[in-house]
Design a protein around this ligand. Structure first.
Ligand code: SF4
Length: 494
């Protein structure tokens, strides 16, 4: 039994990296940033789906004894807090049946995937440790096929399932079977967690967990990558052996061992850039890519919000709502025209009409990461507003992705340090760019827009609108600067 009380989030952090768990404990956890918009109380919606009329509802900080007592009299327990051997869990739903207590997990996602079912196994471990006979185990999750028409239909919004799914969205095991198979010895885990807090901070050990899906916030503190020179071999993109090579004394990109690089076009460009004094440009490839562009060149950028529960007609769970676009149109004679559309709430039709009116009928439409963002957003609008589908999809036919020359190793400047976001590249240009803006990141723009969409009263709406227009406008303008740089690197003029 642990000497302390932990939550599942502590366990998942410790399992990812004991040093991260320890640093979080000593320095305080990072504030939570909500990337996904969720205005509704998802538990209340799920209660409607489950038909819960009367229940015990747990509260933050409850003595676990309260939940144990509620088991005596209630048919349903919602968000009840249980504790066993120092691990405290919040259980979404428990339902009394003749066989014991059916357990419902609640997932604010489309399909339950289980590469790491720690949350589920730990909850089950605590319940069974408390002597609660757990019957059927289900997961209530959002239904990706539900399309909102009028008022929210909570019955159609959720699916109650008893399977996990793989990356291809195929069933990959019954929930109960997977949980039993992957059950951990949490007593041992909790004791190890105690030890991590009682002993000196461990030295960092570099692993895939440091940069996995989300880069660890202590990465720079652990490994000091930011102090590496621009040409450091640690910036060799996608290299499995870059740290091994550095430890052997191959400090720079130019020193990379040909036998231990993956040989991607990006890596070639990065190594060549270091050998050529800092900049590599494949002029022939750039000229070929640029020769596909047709004037006028329209650079376009979208901003959007993603909602867990569809707030408006025609939207599905996890759909996005486009709220802003900015475009810069550059004519052959060099003249430039800048346009921005911004509104709040559901203005998809107005946005689409304005977009179709603003984009010139001829020429290339250029976006940074067009394939992964703008083209998808246009496809979604075409589906939601079928009367405009033909005109919208015709835009995608003219779309060019400005990220491609960077992704495909046509150009690299060692000051990019293995990154090729629009902001990184813009920071190399002789232009103040984003530096003078109040909003500098896409998620900052979304957070600001939320004040408008929620009709917040204690904010300066005019100022937010101006800042949002400046930020999105900077993205489309930055593309003109970066594209001009590509032309110059190819020995051409835009
Ligand atoms: S960077 Fe890696 S070693 Fe350092 S705390 Fe994070 S996960 Fe652990």
């Amino acid at each position: 039994m642990s000497a302390r009380v932990y939550h599942i989030s502590d366990v998942t952090r410790w399992l990812r990296c004991p040093r991260m768990f320890r640093l979080d404990h000593d320095l305080g956890k990072a504030p939570y940033q909500q990337f996904l918009r969720m205005d509704e109380k998802i538990t209340d919606l799920a209660m409607e789906k489950l038909g819960i009329q009367s229940c015990f509802i747990g509260q933050r900080g409850d003595d676990p004894e309260k939940a144990m007592q509620a088991l005596e009299s209630e048919e349903w327990l919602v968000k009840a807090r249980f504790e066993y051997h120092g691990l405290r869990v919040k259980v979404p739903f428990l339902h009394r049946t003749e066989h014991g207590w059916d357990l419902y997990f609640l997932l604010v996602g489309l399909l339950p995937k289980a590469p790491d079912p720690t949350f589920y196994t730990a909850t089950l471990w605590v319940l069974e440790g408390c002597g609660i006979p757990v019957g059927r185990i289900s997961i209530i999750h959002l239904n990706g096929d539900y399309v909102r028409q009028g008022a929210l239909d909570t019955d159609a919004l959720f699916v109650i399932g008893d399977h996990f799914y793989n990356e291809r969205s195929h069933p990959a095991g019954e929930v109960e079977t997977v949980l039993r198979d992957q059950m951990r010895d949490y007593d041992a885990v909790l004791k190890d967690m105690d030890r991590t807090l009682q002993t000196p901070l461990a030295e960092p050990v570099r692993s895939g967990k440091c940069t996995g899906r989300v880069k660890c916030r202590f990465f720079d503190a652990c490994f000091g990558e930011d102090r590496e020179p621009d040409a450091s071999i640690v910036h060799l993109t996608g290299s499995r052996y870059r740290y091994d090579m550095r430890d052997e004394g191959r400090l720079y990109l130019r020193d990379a061992d040909p036998a231990r690089i993956e040989g991607t076009a990006q890596q070639y460009a990065e190594i060549m850039a270091d050998r050529m004094g800092g900049l590599y440009a494949d002029k022939a490839a750039l000229r070929s890519w640029l020769s596909d562009l047709e004037y006028p060149l329209t650079f376009i950028d979208f901003e959007w919000e993603r909602f867990a529960v569809p707030p408006y007609e025609g939207m599905r769970p996890y759909d996005v709502l486009l709220f802003e676009y900015a475009m810069d149109t550059v004519q052959k004679d060099g003249s430039r025209e800048h346009k921005v559309f911004l509104d709040v709430h559901d203005d998809r039709e107005a946005l689409v009409r304005s977009l179709l009116a603003d984009i010139p009928e001829q020429g290339s439409i250029i976006a940074y990461n067009a394939v992964g963002a703008e083209m998808i957003r246009i496809g979604e609008l075409a589906e939601q507003l079928p009367e405009y589908a033909g005109d919208l999809l015709a835009l995608n036919e003219r779309m060019k992705d400005l990220q491609q020359p960077f992704e495909n190793g046509m150009i690299y400047d060692i000051r990019m340090r293995g990154q090729w976001s629009l902001k990184t590249i813009m920071s190399l240009m002789d232009d103040p760019g984003y530096r003078e803006l109040d909003i500098r990141h896409g998620m900052d723009a979304v957070y600001q827009w939320r004040y408008l969409d929620r009709d917040a009263e204690d904010v300066d709406r005019e100022r937010i609108i101006e800042e949002l227009k400046a930020y999105c406008g900077m993205d489309s303008y930055a593309m003109t600067v970066v594209c001009r740089w590509l032309y110059e690197a190819a020995g051409l003029t835009m």
